[in-house]
Design a protein around this ligand. Structure first.
Ligand SMILES: [Zn+2]
Length: 253
């Protein structure tokens, strides 16, 4: 792990890394004159959290494409190629526009159309294609925050138990404790996911309508498999595909 001080020989907690958008490309992706792993490798088997995603330089954002696909990073140098593991869960947040109020019900967005387009263009189609879930989050009124917090506590317990059950189903499916629905190759999707006939035709017609790429098509099935697992359903039904497609709305638009 490069120059970082690791006090325990065994890492018992999943890492959570949140590099700032001013961090260098080398510190995030890895490399340097003495080859070092970057934040994406330090987040291996954990979470890489990138706040204000579009504030990161375009070169860093585009460099995430290979590790998001291959779950490792290859750094090429004159003396050879270096590979570091980079199997992380990317969690990224961004504003809908430079001022942050596009679509807000209380404050007016002050950006021009071209400012909004230039801002959103920073998130390229190929990068967005590699993200499994995109969700728009609207403002929560301050007076509701306290009430929500109380009800969230009991919801967390229920969610945790559903997640544990879904994990167990996936461990059995792939006969491995570190493989999940998201890890399977497109070629194995048919083998491990069973869609009902109705779900299959619904997905085909929705894919045409939304002009989904092949990668998005398979991601939709894999996410739907997880939704079905959370419900304890053996087969992927229309409702699971419909919910999964909702998480690709930003990508499709
Ligand atoms: Zn705005």
């Amino acid at each position: 792990l490069g120059d970082r001080n690791i006090t325990n020989s065994t890492i018992t907690e999943r890492p959570f890394r949140s590099p700032h958008h001013t961090a260098s490309r080398t510190s995030i992706i890895g490399g340097g004159s003495r080859i070092q792993p970057g934040e994406i490798s330090l987040a291996h088997r954990g979470v890489l959290f990138l706040d204000e995603f579009l504030e990161y330089p375009r070169s860093i954002l585009e460099s995430l494409r290979q590790p998001l696909e291959d779950r490792e990073i290859t750094i090429s140098r004159a003396k050879g190629k270096f590979k570091f593991p980079a199997d992380f869960i990317l969690i990224a947040t961004m504003n809908p526009c430079p001022c942050g109020f596009l679509g807000d019900t209380e404050k007016q967005c002050t950006c021009s159309q071209s400012q909004i387009l230039n801002y959103q263009k920073k998130l390229s189609g190929p990068l967005l294609d590699r993200i499994d879930l995109t969700v728009s989050v609207s403002r929560v009124p301050h007076e509701q925050l306290a009430i929500k917090n109380l009800s969230l506590k009991s919801q967390h317990t229920n969610i945790q138990s559903s997640i544990n059950k879904a994990h167990n189903l996936q461990h059995l499916r792939y006969n491995c404790s570190t493989s999940y629905n998201s890890s399977i190759n497109s070629t194995d999707v048919d083998k491990y996911t069973s869609l009902s006939n109705k779900a299959q035709s619904f997905l085909i017609s929705a894919s045409k309508k939304l002009d989904l790429s092949a990668r998005s098509y398979f991601k939709t099935i894999k996410v739907a498999r997880t939704i079905a697992d959370l419900e304890g359903s053996h087969t992927i039904e229309v409702s699971h595909i419909a919910e999964s497609l909702q998480y690709r709305q930003i990508a499709a638009n």
